[in-house]
Design a protein around this ligand. Structure first.
Ligand SMILES: Cc1cc2nc3c(=O)[nH]c(=O)nc-3n(C[C@H](O)[C@H](O)[C@H](O)COP(=O)(O)OP(=O)(O)OC[C@H]3O[C@@H](n4cnc5c(N)ncnc54)[C@H](O)[C@@H]3O)c2cc1C
Length: 504
């Protein structure tokens, strides 16, 4: 595709204002770059956005937030905000997840590491040593990550310096980079139910069982929940994106909403600009896509320009399912004192990965009551679902299927919240079609998952692409899904682009 030459008005254009895109943009702006963020929707945040209905402020997706700690180097959300002069008040969550699992496996992951281990060991006393050794090994990964600044692994000067300053941590990470959790867990643990539990510990953020989940990501998640902890941003998850935008603008860069990019413009094979849905063309020295790789290479560039390296990546990774989401407003007296914010429910291990199998629950109003009207709580519950279940339906079939799926979810949730169905004050159902429509994600996917067992994180692409001048950021780049993970990707992308612009 050839476009007319024009002097670039910006150092960088970022397509999309998810947390990955905003962290890239703010990192660049903080280094003096002139950045324009183009967002197709009305507000920033993408999967970390929000919507308001009848006095409830619902999080679109993410609500179990890592990266808000106040020490170490892995607290990337705290750092990303501070780098552009912003901060957010957060509320510590004393329990990451209350699990309700098959065979009466009912346990809580306490913020306190020892309390969590004791609770798990009480369920599997014969595995006491293995449990401790497995989770302690996760700490080794975390301690390596947490010893160094997390920037671009594609930047040789940084890699060289970090190796000089932290040689042992680097060697530790190199050791774990090609490994998966399942193999390490099986070195220490024998009990099949406990191994299933480790599968669920992975599945609930990686959407694949432990054998397919990279150890680097697990080291981060299984340890940071006890180190920096899970902390909910006061005012809702959407505040993170709002604050990043405020920081971006304070640094002299800008964001435009309702600005859907339909094409990445190239000249002699190099990305030089973008075209919006209304035909407007904008140019920059560097183009960064926060859309998924499938959207970027499958929709924003002509198919004949799809680089061989993207095709190879797609042979290794496929799209995960999307979610069926139920946003409920409920009477507050439904929830007894001591109810935790996050729950996971599964009745039968065979259904861990099936359509609408595992149920995730978040009740953010237990931490921040201001998100709901007085005497009300929000229950946001979601379960994996494929677009195929929801496509090609007539409007009435679609409505009926949503109602039936919501009723089934509510009926299953009665097991942990007795009386739920009669306590509902507000209800809204979102399907994979909703995720596709409002988040612009192909098939509404949550992100990439390995097609088969891969060597840890080695196959995940970094930020540079085979098209000069074009970078990708967000959950389809290293290290994957989750707000703190895409913040890592944003740090790395901002760093790599800044180096290419001569700003660092
Ligand atoms: C239901 C659900 C629950 C989750 N729970 C958690 C959780 O508890 N904790 C956690 O850490 N993570 C959670 N996640 C995952 C986390 O939200 C995502 O991994 C992360 O937010 C993805 O960020 P991103 O920057 O990659 O992209 P996105 O959030 O997808 O943002 C991309 C942005 O780009 C915009 N865009 C796309 N195409 C274009 C275009 N052509 N033109 C202009 N703009 C465009 C989109 O509108 C969007 O705003 C959850 C996700 C979901 C869906």
């Amino acid at each position: 595709m050839t476009a007319a030459i024009a002097a670039p008005a910006y150092d960088a254009i970022v397509i999309g204002s998810g947390i990955g895109g905003l962290v890239t943009a703010t990192q660049l702006a903080a280094k003096g770059a002139k950045v324009l963020v183009l967002e197709r929707y009305l507000i920033p945040g993408g999967s970390a956005g929000w919507f308001e209905r009848q006095g409830y402020r619902f999080d679109v997706g993410a609500s179990m937030i890592f990266g808000f700690g106040d020490r170490g180097t892995t607290n990337l959300l705290t750092r990303a905000l501070a780098d552009v002069g912003q901060a957010l008040e957060t509320i510590p969550d004393p329990v990451q997840i209350h699990y309700h699992l098959p065979n009466q496996l009912d346990l809580k992951v306490h913020r306190d590491y020892e309390a969590f281990l004791q609770e798990l060991i009480a369920q599997f006393p014969q595995e006491a040593e293995g449990i401790r050794r497995f989770y302690d090994e996760c700490w080794q990964v975390f301690n390596c990550l947490n010893a160094m600044p997390l920037l671009s692994l594609e930047e040789p000067k940084y890699l060289f310096n970090v190796f000089l300053q932290h040689p042992l941590a680097c060697l530790g990470l190199v050791k774990y980079l090609p490994q998966n959790v399942g193999d390490i867990a099986r070195r220490y643990i024998r009990n099949p139910d406990l191994l299933k539990f480790i599968d669920m510990e992975c599945y609930c953020w990686s959407v694949v069982p432990a054998t397919m989940t990279p150890m680097i990501n697990a080291g981060m998640v299984f340890s940071d929940r006890h180190y920096g902890g899970i902390n909910y941003p006061k005012g809702g998850v959407g505040r993170i994106a709002e604050k990043l935008v405020a920081g971006l603008e304070a640094k002299g860069s800008s964001i435009r909403y309702k600005a859907r990019v339909t094409r990445i413009l190239t000249e002699k094979g190099r990305a030089i600009g973008v075209e919006l849905a209304d035909g407007e063309k904008l140019y920059a020295k560097r183009i960064i896509s926060n859309a998924t790789r499938w959207n970027t290479f499958g929709e924003l560039l002509p198919p004949q320009q799809e680089p061989a390296q993207e095709q190879r990546w797609q042979q290794r990774y496929r799209q995960s399912p999307s979610f069926l989401s139920l946003h409920l407003g409920v009477k507050a007296d439904l929830l007894p004192a001591g109810t935790e914010c996050h729950h996971i429910l599964l009745e039968n291990w065979d259904e861990l990965e099936v359509e609408q199998g595992t149920i995730f629950v978040s009740i953010p109003t237990l931490l921040d009551p201001s998100l709901a009207p007085p005497d009300r709580h929000i229950i946001h519950t979601f379960t994996p679902s494929w677009l195929g279940e929801w496509d090609n339906l007539s409007p009435s079939e679609y409505r009926d299927r949503k109602a039936a799926a919501a009723a089934k979810l509510i009926q299953r949730l009665e097991a942990i919240f007795p009386g739920l169905s009669s306590a509902i004050d507000y209800q809204e159902v979102g399907t994979p079609r909703t995720h596709r429509r409002f988040l612009g994600r192909q098939n509404g996917t949550y992100g990439p998952i390995p097609r088969r067992k891969l060597a840890g994180l080695l196959g995940m692409p970094f930020n540079r692409t085979a098209i000069p001048g074009l970078y990708c950021v967000g959950d389809s780049t290293f290290p994957g899904q989750g707000l703190n993970a895409v913040a890592f990707s944003g740090y790395a992308c901002g760093h790599r682009v800044a180096a290419d612009l001569g700003l660092v």
